[in-house]
Design a protein around this ligand. Structure first.
Ligand code: ZN
Length: 260
């Protein structure tokens, strides 16, 4: 049994270079610096509530409801400026999932629009990669302080020739969730493969900003390694063509989808 419910936690106002870096000349254009704010685009901020085997999981956490009341205090001005949050009443993940069981939270990476909602959840096992924690410590400008103060478990990756970048982890040891280390959007980004028998879905965070990333070969703006991102997008295109693939879920895809 596999169920993936998309939870949209509002949206973010960003430069058009975020989903497609070819829209601007400069590599830092995704920050929105020196651009008119009225030219920004609004993209959804999604996380995913997954039921597979006997696990109830939240993949990423979207915007915290702190963005409704104290956005500057929560994000700091720099992160607020680069990815202005919009969060209507009732749309934070903690509000939409109130009363539902969550056994673990799986982070695709630690950028603010993915980790912000973690402030609304307490005492839940949270997983990320050791590579992402180290990268966030080295890049305070990009991550702000939002990665600090959470108790997290690092994913124990092992060598895997079939993984897109040679490392994977069977997270619960029962084949339901396979984590792949993907140093693309950030040094420690993770893709989660959710498996039910021979059928699977992929939750990719910002490895692929939306379906156009791999279907039209559009390179997103914020990148850790452009060659790795190209390789990852080619891998996603291959995965999508497999009959067993039920869907590929991106955090900022306008396309509406759930797996039931
Ligand atoms: Zn994002």
């Amino acid at each position: 049994m596999m169920h993936i419910q998309t939870i949209q936690t509002g949206s973010t106002l960003v430069s058009s270079a975020v989903p497609n870096r070819a829209t601007h000349r400069f590599s830092f254009a995704y920050t929105g610096l020196f651009q008119r704010r009225k030219n920004r685009i609004e993209v959804p901020v999604k996380c995913f509530y997954v039921t597979v085997g006997n696990h109830h999981l939240l993949v990423d956490t979207g915007w915290s409801n702190l963005n409704r009341t104290k956005p500057f205090k929560h994000l700091g001005f720099g992160l607020w400026f680069a990815s202005e949050p919009v969060l209507p009443e009732g749309e934070a993940a903690c509000e939409q999932l109130a009363g539902k069981p969550i056994d673990a939270i799986l982070m695709t990476h630690l950028d603010c629009d993915h980790i912000s909602g973690l402030f609304d959840f307490h005492d839940i096992d949270t997983y990320t990669s050791a590579e992402e924690i180290a990268f966030a410590k080295r890049n305070r400008l990009r991550y702000g302080g939002l990665d600090k103060g959470h108790t997290v478990r690092t994913i124990p990756f092992v060598a895997d020739e079939a993984a897109p970048f040679g490392k994977s982890c069977d997270l619960f040891g029962d084949g339901t969730v396979i984590a792949y280390l993907t140093p693309t959007h950030s040094a420690g980004s993770v893709i989660y493969k959710i498996q039910d028998g021979d059928r699977f879905a992929l939750i990719v965070g910002d490895n692929g900003y939306n379906h156009a990333s791999w279907q039209q070969g559009l390179l997103p703006g914020p990148l850790y390694d452009a060659d790795n991102m190209r390789k990852c997008l080619a891998w996603l295109k291959e995965q999508e063509q497999q009959p067993a693939c039920l869907g590929i879920f991106c955090a900022h895809d306008p396309q509406e989808m759930d797996v039931i």
